[in-house]
Write a new protein. Structure first.
Length: 279
């Protein structure tokens, strides 16, 4: 009972006054199992990355330290490929520095500091520690590449390409434009992938008959993967909206999949590579 009261108090601290760049929340009703996220600090190779961690509180917590492990892959001398962390705060004395007065906030801020200041003299990854000591530039580049590959979501990657002083409204507009452009391209690509068999039979429609939309409203009506399989044009009974609202269950226009044969002068795949998709 005392442990539960302690954990609830710590959770309240994390909810009401979370440290900068850190969030932590229980995975379910079990308040001994948490997930946390730490943002990579500016000026480090982890900048722009969001790193997810798993936290399990042992039965004797706070007299024993929590078990913490990275779920997001990271290139760091003190964190191995399994996500295990070499940090004094997470170890019992005499090898470690855990005390019952420490809590989840101190643990997470210590890990955040470890990202900014690796300790190559107490490493789990000896090769990375050597690289950190002898070739800092190479380490920084590899860690940044690893972060870009594993720890950046789509929104973070888009923000990296836009001016830092861009307002949130302008950013969302850019995001919608990118998503709209992507969906129009995906629309045509998916159509031809599902109609490859028809191409071999000589019955693939021309580019004019593809679900290529000149406006967003036409795109809403034109694209639904379920309708493009086996030549079916029957619309699903349910309608739904996903993401930013670019995918709708709707019936395809009548001209699509009309069974026309491609003419000798106009090959559909050739048209696809030569014509730009309207945005």
């Amino acid at each position: 009972m005392q442990r539960i009261a302690r954990v609830k108090k710590e959770l309240q601290m994390l909810t009401e006054s979370p440290p900068h760049g850190i969030s932590c929340y229980p995975v379910s009703d079990d308040i001994t199992h948490f997930e946390a996220k730490i943002l990579g600090g500016d000026g480090t190779p982890y900048a722009g990355g969001t790193f997810k961690l798993e936290i399990d509180l042992p039965e004797r917590y706070p007299f024993e330290p929590p078990k913490v492990q990275f779920l997001t892959p990271i290139y760091h001398p003190n964190i191995d490929k399994a996500g295990r962390i070499c940090l004094d705060t997470l170890k019992m004395p005499p090898k470690g520095a855990w005390k019952p007065c420490l809590n989840l906030v101190t643990v997470l801020t210590s890990i955040q500091l470890l990202l900014a200041q690796p300790n190559p003299d107490d490493a789990l990854m000896a090769d990375i520690a050597t690289e950190f000591k002898l070739n800092r530039a190479l380490f920084t580049q590899k860690a940044a590449d690893y972060t870009a590959q594993h720890a950046r979501d789509v929104i973070s990657q888009v923000k990296q390409c836009l001016p830092k002083d861009l307002s949130e409204e302008c950013f969302m507009l850019h995001l919608h434009m990118i998503a709209d452009s992507f969906m129009q391209e995906a629309c045509v690509i998916h159509y031809y992938e599902t109609k490859l068999g028809a191409l071999l039979r000589g019955s693939l429609p021309t580019i004019a008959d593809t679900p290529r939309a000149s406006s967003q409203s036409q795109l809403h009506q034109a694209f639904h993967p379920a309708l493009l399989q086996n030549g079916s044009q029957e619309a699903p009974s349910a309608s739904s909206n996903t993401g930013f609202g670019f995918l709708h269950h709707s019936q395809l226009p009548g001209s699509i999949n009309s069974g026309k044969r491609p003419s000798e002068s106009s090959h559909p795949m050739q048209d696809l590579t030569n014509k730009k998709i309207k945005s």
